[in-house]
Design a protein around this ligand. Structure first.
Ligand SMILES: NC(=O)c1ccc[n+]([C@@H]2O[C@H](COP(=O)([O-])OP(=O)(O)OC[C@H]3O[C@@H](n4cnc5c(N)ncnc54)[C@H](O)[C@@H]3O)[C@@H](O)[C@H]2O)c1
Length: 311
């Protein structure tokens, strides 16, 4: 299959590439490297990487007309600076609108969009079903929610995934790498009094194999384990893993722009796709820590081997 991945140099995109290239798919990446890294997607057989923005109609035109993708996975997103509403809007709204127009114009068979659980805002139901109203209140959430609406308007079969916190190679943000790094360095930590839903990369990738199949269900689905675990539970697992024993750690209230608990209900997804998360919470965290043991808390290691430089 010919698959265009916007934002393919990012965490989810680059893991998809490492998973899909060996299966024989051809992949085209359009990424501006705002948060992704070129080094993790060296050009190997079957992979073309182009630097450019999805908010640039010419870059998209070039990608679609030259590569003629059958499937588009829309993973590009801006979120780096919560106060940069303009950049978030350019990428997440205008960029998404341009991608949505292009998939229709170029006859793409299937569009898969990645959405944040922040679209639900402060949910009034837990776990959150995929038909819960959206009420985002951050720049990232607001712009991603507008972008998702354009995706669903694209006129081609579209699947939009509201995704839990996926762990896996190159994860470099959030409590797991923070606790691992600080505890190894003998530094103090604190835990926010919040809980999140964690999904192992292998479960995410198994779902994505089903997501790109022609004729698979379309619409909006939650991709999650369905369980919320507290940040303190993560801290304890990291501390145990590093054989530091149980430690007292300050628990601080969630910040004003934070959501105390996010647990996504995956039951509709399980029914529609015959998929469910296989890796339990403890193993998910331990796999991540084992990855850091091997490769460090770095965001640049790639499992793709760059071709030798010619002299
Ligand atoms: N990782 C998760 O657990 C998670 C959870 C929920 C939703 N998501 C969504 O999944 C997608 C991928 O997330 P990620 O964790 O891999 O983040 P990431 O930051 O690693 O990847 C995003 C990629 O988009 C690229 N990008 C940003 N602006 C761009 C632009 N204008 N044009 C082209 N490329 C651009 C970045 O350089 C980066 O490579 C995002 O849409 C995010 O909202 C991720």
């Amino acid at each position: 299959m010919r698959i265009l991945i916007t934002g393919g140099a990012g965490c989810l995109g680059s893991n998809l590439i490492e998973h899909w290239l060996p299966k024989g798919h051809s992949i085209y990446v359009l990424d501006n490297f705002a948060t992704g890294k070129r080094e993790v997607v060296p050009e190997v057989d079957g992979l073309k990487v182009v630097e450019g923005s999805i908010a640039d109609a010419n870059a998209l035109e070039q990608a679609f007309s030259s590569f003629k993708p059958e499937v588009v996975v829309h993973a590009a997103a801006a979120y780096k600076d919560p106060d940069d509403w303009v950049e978030d809007s350019c990428t997440n709204v205008i960029g998404s609108a341009l991608v949505a127009k292009a998939v229709k114009q170029y006859g793409v068979k299937r569009l898969v969009n990645f959405q944040t659980a922040l679209c639900y805002g402060r949910p009034n139901q837990m776990p959150i079903p995929a038909d819960h109203p959206t009420a985002p209140f951050t720049s990232y959430g607001i712009t991603k929610t507008a972008g998702e609406q354009f995706m669903l308007l694209s006129g081609v079969p579209t699947l939009s995934l509201r995704i839990a916190n996926v762990t896996g190679p190159r994860l470099s943000i959030g409590p797991i790498p923070t606790f691992y790094k600080r505890l190894k360095e003998g530094k103090g930590c604190f835990c926010s009094d919040t809980a999140r839903d964690f999904l192992d990369m292998s479960d995410f990738l198994a779902f994505m194999d089903l997501a790109i199949v022609e004729g698979a269900p379309t619409g909006v689905f939650n991709i999650a384990s369905g369980e919320a675990h507290s940040i303190k539970e993560i801290f304890d697992l990291v501390s145990d893993y590093l054989e530091l024993g149980r430690q007292d750690v300050p628990i601080v209230p969630p910040a004003d722009d934070d959501v105390p608990v996010v647990s996504l209900d995956p039951s509709a997804t399980e029914q529609a796709f015959g998929w469910r998360a296989e890796i339990g919470f403890k193993e998910t965290i331990q796999r991540q820590l084992a990855w850091y043991d091997k490769y460090g808390v770095s965001d640049v290691f790639s499992h793709l081997k760059a071709p030798e430089q010619k002299a």
